[in-house]
Design a protein around this ligand. Structure first.
Ligand code: SF4
Ligand code: F3S
Ligand code: ZN
Length: 103
């Protein structure tokens, strides 16, 4: 599961579409965590897609990640500033790849 304390245990190494990327990143095998308020551990996400389908405000967009050992696309929190903290994505992701900081 995603580390809920990732913001203390990792460092921002990049920016992607206006959100932070928390390392370590070693492309294409290791992609880190995308987003801060809505954080997706790309190394855990296996492209189930229920978050993309069910988020009521369409926070997530698919990004292609060819060469990643777990899956070749990931749910990117492209619109994390739109999040309404409903926690649905956190509850439904089958591999617990998502953390939403609702505090
Ligand atoms: Fe979307 Fe709710 Fe998840 Fe925020 S907590 S990203 S609004 S499903
Ligand atoms: Fe990935 Fe979980 Fe969404 S596996 S696509 S973050 S439901
Ligand atoms: Zn991203």
């Amino acid at each position: 599961a995603i580390d809920p304390n990732f913001d203390q245990n990792r460092e921002v190494v990049d920016d992607h579409q206006g959100h932070d990327v928390w390392g370590p990143v070693e492309e294409p095998e290791q992609l880190g965590i995308h987003g801060t308020h809505v954080a997706v551990d790309f190394d855990i996400c296996d492209a189930d897609g229920v978050c993309v389908e069910d988020c009521p405000v369409d926070v997530f967009e698919w990004v292609e990640t060819p060469g990643h050992p777990t899956s070749e696309k990931k749910a990117d929190p492209a619109n994390e500033t739109q999040c309404i903290d409903c926690m649905l994505c956190v509850d439904v992701c089958p591999v617990d790849a998502i953390d939403v900081d609702s505090t």
